[in-house]
Design a protein around this ligand. Structure first.
Ligand SMILES: C[S@@+](CC[C@H](N)C(=O)[O-])C[C@H]1O[C@@H](n2cnc3c(N)ncnc32)[C@H](O)[C@@H]1O
Length: 124
């Protein structure tokens, strides 16, 4: 379903970040951000432009390809992971941060909750 929607021209939710992400951006600690259900990357790219190292997870390869394109055109880098969140081990991702010593550097991982309807600019 999402692959089909993301195959359409343009960006389904636009390229601007959603209002919620913008409203909390100043409170996200520097470092890595894990964006779940990231789709075409508008929020991930926004956070990458603010200096975060962003890992974007989504089930849609089409959406993630567009997320990488959006990142490239914005001059930032994204790590993308195609996964079904039903199977995705968030704990393993968080452990990666710990093993890399990020917590010792005072950095934190932040999880962006799957896009809620009220936080997106959906028109339908
Ligand atoms: C409403 S869209 C929001 C996309 C993005 N967060 C945004 O605000 O632009 C929901 C996204 O969640 C993804 N998604 C839904 N269920 C998922 C699952 N089980 N595993 C991974 N991704 C999922 C879809 O592929 C889609 O990209």
């Amino acid at each position: 379903m999402w692959d089909k929607r993301y195959s359409e021209p343009g960006y389904a939710f636009g390229t601007a970040p959603n209002d919620f992400v913008v409203s909390v951006a100043d409170r996200i600690p520097a470092g890595r951000v894990l964006c779940l259900g990231e789709g075409e990357g508008r929020n991930a790219v926004y956070l990458a432009k603010r200096g975060h190292e962003v890992v974007a997870v989504d089930q849609s390869p089409v959406g993630l390809a567009k997320a990488r394109e959006l990142a490239e055109s914005g001059g930032v880098r994204l790590e993308t992971v195609q996964a079904d969140l039903a199977d995705f081990e968030i704990a393993r991702e968080l452990k990666r941060h710990i093993h890399e010593g990020r917590y010792h550097q005072g950095r934190s991982a932040v999880v962006q909750v799957l896009g809620f309807k009220q936080n997106t600019r959906e028109t339908d």
